[in-house]
Design a protein around this ligand. Structure first.
Ligand code: DGL
Length: 238
């Protein structure tokens, strides 16, 4: 199967990596909108245009289905996009809601972009006690590889979530700093990488990975390498 996967930048590669591991026999076409990152502070109207452009690009590449590997687009526009396009679209958040509603975790924390938190998708749909925190500084610092500055924000964003059983990494960039967040919070809190919950994908075809970015420079290439590590891929700018 040929599967389109997209995000605002490198964050969706954390999803792609899990998809390749779980369903290796597929052809993946990834699109990272590095020219327009971050999405988290954009208006819904802007996000509609950006995500539709990407889906049109992926449809031109003849994908059979699309995975929205972006919490911001999934939380605000998955219904809009699923109604607009006649192609199977999986968003990254619905499987998480299903998983958590059927789990024993009771006190849930969510960290995500401002736009995802504004959508209230988790508090509206989880039958649990939910605390949500927007972390707008994280994505720009992750994209620019500025890990030392990131540390300055852990206390501000995370201290209020220390009483949680589980925290959803509600933005696909955050698994890149999962180790650092976990070291800050300690081992008693489970950190959920949303891509763990995606199950419903076939695994039948050739294995191939092609990556497209709307902006490409040495820093992005090195970030891609450090996320995908030993995986083989072709990388292009469009
Ligand atoms: N990685 C995306 C998300 O999951 C987008 C973050 C952003 O561009 O602000 O929300």
């Amino acid at each position: 199967m040929k599967i389109g996967v997209f995000d605002s930048g490198i964050g969706g590669l954390t999803v792609l990596k899990r998809l390749i591991k779980k369903f290796p026999n597929n052809e993946y076409i990834y699109y990272g909108d590095t020219k327009n990152v971050p999405y988290g502070d954009k208006s819904i109207e802007e996000l509609k245009v950006l995500s539709s452009n990407i889906i049109n690009f992926l449809i031109e590449k003849e994908v059979d289905m699309i995975v929205i590997a972006c919490g911001t687009i999934s939380s605000n526009l998955s219904t809009y996009l699923k109604e607009k396009y006649n192609i199977r679209i999986i968003d990254i958040i619905s499987p998480v809601i299903d998983y958590l509603n059927n789990s024993n975790y009771e006190k849930i924390g969510v960290i995500a972009t401002q736009a995802t938190i504004n959508s209230k998708i988790f508090s509206k749909n989880l039958n649990k006690e939910v605390k949500e925190v927007a972390c707008p500084k994280f994505v720009p610092l992750i994209e620019s590889n500025n890990f030392s500055e990131l540390e300055n924000y852990y206390s501000y964003y995370l201290d209020n979530l220390k009483d949680r059983d589980l925290i959803v990494l509600g933005c696909t960039h955050y698994p890149i700093i999962k180790k650092e967040i976990s070291e800050y919070l300690g081992n008693n809190i489970k950190l959920l990488d949303m891509a763990e919950c995606i199950n419903d994908i076939k695994n039948d075809g050739i294995s191939r990975v092609e990556l497209y970015f709307s902006k490409l420079d040495d820093k992005i290439v090195s970030n891609v390498n450090s996320i995908l590590k030993d995986k083989k891929y072709i990388i292009k700018m469009i």
